[in-house]
Structures are given as structure tokens and as C-alpha cells.
Design a protein. Sequence first.
Length: 134
Amino acid sequence: VTIDYLIYRLTWFSQASIDYFGIKALVLGVGVWGGGGVMGFPNEATSHSGIFDLLLVGGIIYLLLFLFIFIKSQYYFYKHINYNLNKFFFVCNIIFFANMIFISGSYFHPAISIIFWLSLPYYFYQKDINKIQS
């Protein structure tokens, strides 16, 4: 196994998805069809990457919004790492994000993404509590 083979293997499905949907899909997305089999369309191309799924489903704005929310919540959890569940959510969200790089549909699959989705209301609740206490 060579580095070239690994790079090829990690990028082939994403490139095939771009070839299938066209380069315009990266700007505005193609809707649920961008998720392929994950969204119940087994005959559509799939990127085999949760991050690329977001790009194909909703375009660059959709991906940037996800990254903004993810990074903002992770920064808060890291900044307050020793408070309540912050360490748990911080580590679990890193695992979730690493999973998204290689596994298609991670963002949409409840069994994989439940901790991430639970961390968001917790994050907003913690921010509100900090504002009240300040």
C-alpha cells in the first residue's frame, strides 16, 4: 500500500461525485440527491465522505454553516473543558468529525450523529448560563 494509493482511494469517490453532478453542485448543492444511497437514492453517486456529502447536498454555504457551528461549539467546549460535560462533548465531537471524513452520511445518521446534535443545545444552554452568571 502506497501513499498514492491511499490518496487515490480517499478522493476517487468524491471526484466521481463531482463528475456525476457537475462542478455547479459544489456551489449550490443538488439537494438530497447529493447524499446518494444515504438519502434513499441508491442509483445516485455518493462521495463516501460526510463532509463532501454536506457540500453536495447544500453547496458551499451549507458546509460553511456546519463548520462554523462545529468550530464555535468545539472552541467553547475546549475553553471550558473542565466544566460538566464539556470534555465528553469535545472528545465525542472530534471522533464524530473524524468519522465524517471517511463515512458517508455521518451527519444525517442518528446513531452516528446523536452526540453531536445533543451537544448543540447543551452548548447554547451553557452559554446562556454563563451570560446570566456574568
